[in-house]
Write a protein that binds this ligand. Structure first.
Ligand code: AMP
Ligand code: GLY
Length: 423
């Protein structure tokens, strides 16, 4: 089968590696891909939001399956675009309908969905500029810190956690006055949950599901989880505290009601569900839903899947996951992101990347790289993810740290404490 993956990051590179390894894959295309994926697939230069051009390409090249990486195309309805058009509906999109994508693209929708289906989550209320006075009163009933969330997609920047009540009120007013554009027209204010976070990934065919390896990501730029939020500085899989007891609470209290809820509400959902979980004293609460895989979690989750992922996706598209078993490596995987100095604020690009010797015992996933005049250059804040396996976190980290020495570019920065809170 010919397959097309949408996206250009290390997440999509990690997916591409597993898809390329499947005996069911004839040709793998990436839209647009990156220099890493060009080694294992054919990169196609089409805008990911131009569904007409994507579908033309698929028809001309006998593509039968599309795997969207980022949420944007799902929120724009790529599933519905293909599924509702007779001449395209044989091309299976592994992702939710536009309605299903609301779980990520509207925090208010996600919260209401959780309340309807009795899924544990932080207490909340939703406000717009019309009822800002009520919002101030609601804030006064909560304990610090205050959690403010722009309703819409805000590229991971729509959540503010503020200690001071007065500051929270000012920020709320700014959000409702357009600081986050339309994404902030509605703001969810919720109770702060204190605990340790993890990411759970589920593949659903609409009725049945398989649980993929779990992971924990490290979002802050600085060691000890200090400093600004980034797109992710590293990840570990599996999460040691997510033992059978905790995972079965997640399955029974969150995964099963989520999939049943989607099905009961006739929301078509054939794809990944990424559930951000807070472990509050041994009980799981949903912090957020995403309708895609996580980044950098995918760079540790996919390498641990021993099963043929294309078979899993084909079973997903056919509604046949009930009989699917997933074989997951017992090993621990870690990934460390090499980033450009200055990121997530200003940073320079187009720095030469030197790889001093062939790296055999780690997987190298490209995030922000480009090729110009046959030279590999940096082309983003996050540049390359280095994933390694081990019997435990430390063993895997040691391999990544050793191989990071072989990859150099001016301004290379990475965290040296990934997994610090799990060991
Ligand atoms: P989100 O975009 O919803 O994932 O929120 C971004 C980050 O804010 C999460 O990864 C959490 O670290 C934090 N966060 C969100 N909601 C809460 C909450 N209710 N309590 C504590 N931390 C939260
Ligand atoms: N690592 C978090 C995310 O992908 O949203």
């Amino acid at each position: 089968m010919n397959i097309l993956i949408i996206g250009s990051g290390a997440r999509e590179h990690a997916m591409a590696l597993k898809v390329a390894q499947s005996s069911l894959t004839d040709k793998l295309f990436m839209v647009p891909g990156n220099p890493g994926t060009s080694q294992i697939a054919e990169n196609i230069n089409i805008s990911i939001n131009d569904f007409y051009s994507v579908s033309d390409f698929c028809l001309k090249n006998n593509v039968e399956m599309i795997i969207p990486g980022p949420e944007g195309v799902l929120a724009k309805g790529i599933f519905d675009f293909f599924n509702s058009n007779k001449s395209l509906s044989h091309i299976k999109v592994i992702g939710p309908s536009e309605k299903g994508a609301l779980l990520e693209s509207s925090k208010d929708f996600a919260k209401k969905f959780m309340i309807r289906h009795n899924i544990p989550t932080a207490k909340y209320n939703t406000f717009s500029i019309e009822n800002i006075e009520e919002a101030f009163k609601f804030l006064e009933t909560l304990k610090s810190p205050f959690v403010l969330k722009a309703d819409g997609l805000a590229a991971g920047k729509g959540v503010l956690i503020i200690d001071d009540l007065q500051e929270a009120k000012i920020s709320l007013h700014q959000m409702l006055s357009g600081k986050f554009g339309d994404a902030g027209n509605i703001v969810v204010i919720e109770e702060f949950l204190s605990g340790i976070e993890m990411s759970v990934f589920v593949l659903s065919d609409g009725k049945n599901y398989v649980i993929l390896p779990n992971a924990k990501d490290y979002k802050r730029i600085g060691e000890g989880d200090e400093g600004l939020n980034t797109g992710g500085m590293g990840a570990v899989s599996p999460v040691p505290f997510a033992d059978n007891t905790f995972m079965s609470k997640i399955e029974n209290q969150i995964i099963i009601p989520t999939i049943k809820g989607l099905s009961e509400e006739n929301i078509e959902y054939i794809g990944f569900i990424f559930i951000g979980i807070m472990n509050v004293g041994g009980n799981p609460y949903v912090i957020e839903y995403n309708v895609r895989m996580g980044d950098p979690e995918t760079e540790v989750v996919f390498p641990r899947i021993n099963s043929d992922v294309v078979q899993l996706f084909a079973d997903t598209a056919k509604g046949n996951l009930k009989n699917s078993k997933i074989d997951i490596s017992e090993k621990t995987a870690v990934t460390i992101m090499l980033v450009s100095e200055g990121y997530p604020e200003e940073y320079q690009t187009k720095k030469d990347i030197f790889i001093s010797e062939e790296i055999k015992d780690s997987l190298i996933f490209h995030a922000g790289t480009t090729i110009e005049n046959d030279k590999l250059l940096t082309n983003g804040g996050r540049v390359i993810a280095v994933t390694s396996f081990g019997e435990n976190i430390q063993e895997a980290l040691n391999i990544s740290y050793k191989n990071i020495e072989k990859i150099n570019f001016s301004g290379k920065y990475f965290r040296k404490d990934i997994g610090f809170d799990l060991m």
